[in-house]
Design a protein. Structure first.
Length: 438
């Protein structure tokens, strides 16, 4: 049971906290999870929660869902913060949970920002999750495949939450104006168009949308009758920038990332940086952009400049470490580097061509000479017979067949003369000439 201080005043809390949904009926968005008949809704309503992880961007309802579960469950509910809790606190709570289990009581532990726990801290939960002392609910903005201990992750069901749609955010904003927990006891004059601008500016983040609404109302013009009017000037000043034509989940999203990719491919750094700015200033996740640039480094530059991939990966790591707005300069460096780098799509063509053959020839056996032979039977079946170890030769080359018989002589990687790839082309020609002569 949550306790409140005598001095705690809900009116002093941010609007987003005051309006936090108290039940599933008030919750907006994530219908793929909590719509009628959906699995998460059933688990919550029937109080059959198992260990799970909520993964999604900020402000989409991860903590709110945990709060709804806390009010719905008959279990003890403990709220943990990965920012402020250490192993000592974890072990203390786990001991209490284990004692409760022996008394036949369940304990749900909610860990906000679970990705901030290091491996040792996450490991401290594992034995208690395994034997059922606790039901763990984790919330994270990071991919749990990379940030959550594999053993712990395998014991949790992952629910992916999506950024809220503009129409969902407009519903929340209108509720904030009419609900007495928000501005329902005041007279607010703000147009539906302005609410939509705020919703678009928030980019799927309910907390951001409500905070922006609170700011524009508190800075609105107060009339003699106490009515607060939000003007376009007030809105623009509070947003601090005009809402750009950009929808992270719509057509314009794909149009602009395509424009960035094709500008880099066309060696146009000015256009590339413009499209980069269009995305970042509209609130695009910098890690998404960094992933696309990393793909470009191999798809469009490749071995013409192998250093391009290093630059792209370094930019991704920098974005991960420091986020926006500081990481914009790292992405700019990567985007301009890609634009000026020599271009080759030989790697892309090599894989796509090989993929077509791989799909057609799925049953092609691996040549016996390069099969592994860990057992006596396999050796008797000639697995690995005649294998030639390249390091034992002076040239570090052999004429051993590695492709299936049906694909013998097939060429996938055809290097260009661009940049450093010309050196790889010369090397490959030497290798092929040697194999042909032997």
């Amino acid at each position: 049971m949550e306790q409140k201080s005598l001095f705690e005043n809900e009116n002093n809390q941010p609007l987003a906290s005051r309006l936090r949904p108290r039940n599933l009926e008030e919750f907006v968005g994530q219908q793929h999870l909590i719509g009628e008949g959906k699995i998460l809704r059933r688990l919550i309503e029937e109080d059959k929660i198992t260990s799970l992880i909520f993964w999604g961007p900020p402000g989409v309802g991860k903590t709110t869902l945990a709060s709804i579960i806390a009010h719905k469950t008959n279990s003890a509910f403990i709220n943990f913060s990965a920012v402020t809790s250490g192993i000592k606190e974890i072990k203390t709570v786990m001991a209490q949970a284990e004692q409760a289990r022996k008394m036949g009581e369940k304990t749900i532990v909610f860990v906000d920002e679970i990705h901030r726990f290091n491996k040792a801290q996450q490991d401290a939960f594992l034995p208690f999750v395994e034997k059922g002392s606790i039901i763990l609910i984790g919330a994270t903005t990071e991919n749990p495949s990379f940030e959550v201990n594999g053993a712990l992750l395998s014991r949790c069901k992952v629910f992916v939450l999506q950024g809220l749609k503009t129409e969902d955010l407009v519903v929340l904003l209108k509720r904030a104006i009419t609900d007495k927990r928000g501005f329902g006891e005041q007279k607010i004059n703000i147009s539906d168009e302005m609410l939509e601008v705020i919703a678009k500016f928030a980019n799927g983040d309910a907390r951001n949308a409500l905070s922006t609404l609170e700011m524009v109302i508190l800075n609105g013009e107060v009339g003699e009758d106490g009515e607060i009017t939000v003007t376009e000037d007030t809105l623009e000043q509070c947003i601090s920038k005009k809402s750009l034509l950009y929808d992270k989940n719509g057509e314009e999203h794909y149009n602009i990332i395509s424009a960035l990719h094709k500008s880099m491919r066309n060696s146009d750094p000015d256009a590339a940086v413009y499209w980069l700015a269009r995305m970042l200033e509209a609130g695009e996740d910098p890690l998404y952009v960094a992933r696309r640039v990393t793909r470009f480094a191999s798809e469009d530059v490749g071995l013409a400049d192998p250093h391009a991939l290093e630059i792209a990966v370094a930019a991704y790591q920098a974005c991960h470490f420091i986020g926006m707005p500081e990481c914009s300069v790292h992405l700019t460096q990567a985007v301009i580097y890609m634009s000026l780098a020599p271009k080759s799509n030989a790697l892309y063509i090599a894989y796509e061509t090989a993929k077509r053959d791989a799909i057609k020839e799925l049953a092609e056996p691996v040549p016996l000479v390069i099969r592994n032979a860990p057992t006596k039977l396999m050796k008797e079946l000639n697995y690995g017979k005649g294998y030639q170890y390249a390091h034992d030769t002076e040239e570090k080359l052999t004429n051993m067949q590695c492709l299936p018989d049906s694909l013998l002589g097939k060429e996938y990687y055809i290097p260009t003369e661009q940049g450093l790839e010309s050196k790889y082309k010369a090397k490959l020609e030497q290798i092929k000439a040697w194999k042909k002569s032997h």
